[in-house]
Each structure stands twice: as structure tokens, then as C-alpha cells.
Ligand binder design. Structure first.
Ligand SMILES: *Cc1c(COP(=O)(O)O)cnc(C)c1O
Length: 378
């Protein structure tokens, strides 16, 4: 085998930042302040600057960010047990886990085959008298927001919660509910993840909530700190979901480079877009601008496992996001939902190509050539 094309190696991804990260972590080590403190406060200011949202709360991870948003709305009386939350059926399971964990009912809606995001034209018919919110998921880096979703949310007075674990730095191509079009700040509240493999990854778990609602921000902040609004005074039965300042220091080094890192992914995606030409392969719907930040470059083919094996034999590492949709997981065997054929077909056909700093422009061109030589089942 001539050459190996890795899918992702986090040491390579982080190598441009290693010296600065080491100095930042050293500052935390020497500060004596190991919970909260200046790095965490700085991260919150950075998230406000990045998204245009007036409030940001640093938290423990992306799932907790989603759980805290939903729980805060419950504490504020804006959601209650049994309320329905519309969510795409084609998502990572964390979106759905946050809803069920909060005693709310996920209503799974089919995605579009082209964007792989929730099909806005199907939201209206999924709304019942119990529907209170839409959790939109900007999957694979593509913003899931359009004028139809905005109009539907407004007409029915729905909360818009964004699962923005995969699309940091992305920008919607139409107006949000408020001033910002930045993914995560389009709706009423947005959840971010800094899991190491995300576009801006920490060196452990971390996440954030952004919102333009100061009451929601205060409630999330209290809930993440045992439910206390001040020391030894607990207004909610809360959790410990605070961000580790060592992780905050790591993220603060990388956050200012979000646009540059996303541009690099886009440059690799553009090579695939220009070079992959094989009738057996469906490429992702191309978009040049910031509406897509290419967390994953996901192609589809009817015999996915055969293509994966062919690519592996040619040195190309791939991954699958995700082979089993949430409603097919054992934990959701009893979850009610309608037929989801689009979601199930997508799950059977998707394959993620390498699209990080581990892939050079030459690598991407070579991978495209390998894919173009694929002739299907042998
Ligand atoms: C990664 C991810 C999450 C969860 O984030 P963690 O930080 O891993 O808890 C939630 N939703 C989506 C779509 C994700 O990709």
C-alpha cells in the first residue's frame, strides 16, 4: 500500500497550537484557581464575541449544555413534563437524550436527502397542542435554519433551541429569531460542544450555552452550579456541570482561529466537490459560504460497506456518522414515532471522508481519484 490517509489524528490537529496551549495550561496550574476563574470568564466573553449573543455560560459538555437549557426552561415555567419537542430523526443521539432526560417527548421529524438536516416543510404537520419547542441540529456543519422554520416557530410561538455541537462558526443565510445569524445564536438558546473531535476541540470534555435571554442564562448558570444563585443558597435542585478551567484555557487558545480552521476544512471539501465524479456516489449539497463549516464531509452510496472496504484497501480511513439512528437504538425501543424511511436510508448510505488538517490538498485530490476508480460490488 503506497500511502495511508488518516481520518483524524488529534495530535496533528492540535500541533499548531501546542506551545500556546502549554503556556495557557501552565498559567492555570500556577494560578491556584481550579474551578471557575479568569479562563472560564474569558471563554464566556469569547463565545459572546463569536456568536453575537449577549450571554454565554461555560459548561461541562455538549449534552449537559442541551440538558441545562431544557431544564432551565422547565424551572422558568416555559416547558413542563410531557411537552413535545420537535427534533430531527437524523441526529446524534445526544439531542434526543437531552429531551427524554428532561421528561419531555421527542417528536422525530424526517430530514431532507440533500441537506441531511430536518425538513422544514414537515414541521407544521408534526405540531400538536403539546408542542412547545423545536430543537434544530446543525448536522455535519450545515446550518439547519430557513425562512420556513422561522415562520413556523413564530406562528406557533415555539422555542427554538439549537444543537450546535457540530457547527461552530457557521452562519445562517437568512435572518434568525433575533439579531444574530451565527449558528447557536439564531434561536432562543444554543448548545455547543468542545469534545476533542469537534471543529474547535478541547483536550477533554467541555461545552457552552449561549442565549439572548438573561433569565435563561442566569438559570442555566445556577443549575450548573448545584442550583445556587449565591454561595450556599440553592434556588433549584441543580447539578455540577461546570467547565474545567484547564479546558477553558485550551479552548481560549483555539477559539480565535475558528474561521481559519473552518476555512481549511472548506478548502478540502472544495477539492472533493470539484474532483469526485462517480455516478455511484452522491456528494453533499455544495455551498461555498459559511452556511456550512464541514465538520464532516459526508457522501452517500447504496452499498456503503463495500465502498468503505474498497477505500480501506486503498489506505483511505473513513468513518460513519451514524450507522444507527436514535430511534433504532435499544434504549429507545419503546419510543413512539412514525415511519422514518428517509432517516433509515441515510443511515445505511452515509460515509464520512477525512476533512481535517490531517488531510492535505494533495491527499484530498488522491482520495477523490481513488473514489472515481470505484466500480461498485466486485
Ligand atoms: C457531540 C454532539 C453532542 C454532544 O456533545 P458532547 O460534548 O459530546 O456531550 C450533541 N449533539 C451533537 C449533534 C453532537 O455531535
Amino acid at each position: 500500500m503506497a500511502h495511508r490517509y488518516p481520518f483524524l489524528d488529534l495530535a496533528t490537529v492540535n500541533s499548531p497550537f501546542i506551545d500556546e496551549i502549554s503556556r495557557a495550561v501552565d498559567r492555570v496550574v500556577r494560578s491556584g484557581r481550579y474551578v471557575g476563574g479568569e479562563e472560564v470568564a474569558q471563554l464566556e466573553r469569547n463565545m459572546c464575541a463569536l456568536t453575537g449573543a449577549p450571554h454565554a455560560v461555560a459548561v461541562s459538555n455538549g449534552l449537559d449544555a442541551l440538558r441545562l437549557i431544557l431544564r432551565a426552561y422547565i424551572e422558568l415555567g416555559m416547558l413542563s413534563a410531557g411537552d413535545e419537542v420537535i427534533v430531527p430523526a437524523n441526529t446524534y443521539i445526544a439531542s434526543v437524550l437531552a429531551i427524554t432526560d428532561s421528561g419531555l417527548r421527542p417528536v422525530l421529524v424526517e430530514p431532507r436527502r440533500d441537506t441531511l438536516n430536518i425538513d422544514s416543510s414537515l414541521i407544521e404537520q408534526a405540531i400538536t397542542p403539546r408542542t412547545r419547542a423545536i430543537m434544530t441540529v446543525h448536522l455535519y456543519g450545515r446550518v439547519a435554519w430557513d425562512n420556513l422554520m422561522a415562520a413556523t416557530a413564530r406562528r406557533h410561538g415555539l422555542l427554538v433551541i439549537e444543537d450546535n455541537a457540530q457547527s461552530i462558526g457557521a452562519v445562517a443565510d437568512c435572518n434568525g429569531m433575533f439579531a444574530s445569524q451565527a449558528a447557536g445564536a439564531i434561536g432562543h438558546a444554543g448548545a455547543f460542544s468542545f469534545y476533542p473531535t469537534k471543529n474547535i476541540g478541547a483536550m477533554g470534555d467541555a461545552g457552552a450555552v449561549v442565549t439572548n435571554d438573561n433569565r435563561l442564562a442566569d438559570t442555566v448558570r445556577a443549575l450548573a452550579n448545584y442550583g445556587s444563585d449565591r454561595r450556599y443558597h440553592n434556588i433549584h435542585a441543580g447539578f455540577n456541570c461546570r467547565m474545567d478551567p484547564v479546558q477553558a484555557a485550551v479552548i481560549n487558545v483555539k477559539l480565535p482561529h475558528t474561521a481559519r480552521e473552518n476555512d481549511y476544512r472548506r478548502s478540502i471539501a472544495r477539492i472533493y466537490e470539484k474532483s469526485i465524479d462517480n455516478s455511484l456516489i452522491t456528494k453533499p449539497l455544495w455551498t461555498d459560504g459559511n452556511n456550512h463549516v464541514w465538520h464532516q464531509y459526508v457522501i452517500m452510496t447504496p452499498d456503503r460497506d463495500n465502498l468503505r472496504q474498497y477505500l480501506a484497501e486503498n489506505g483511505v480511513e473513513t468513518d460513519v456518522h451514524y450507522a444507527t439512528p436514535p430511534h433504532k437504538q435499544p434504549c429507545y425501543a419503546l419510543l413512539e414515532h412514525g415511519p422514518l424511511p428517509v432517516t433509515e436510508r441515510i443511515a445505511a448510505e452515509v460515509i464520512s471522508l477525512p476533512v481535517t488538517r490531517c488531510t492535505s490538498a494533495d491527499d484530498a485530490a488522491a482520495i477523490a481519484r481513488i473514489i472515481n476508480s470505484y466500480t461498485g460490488k466486485r
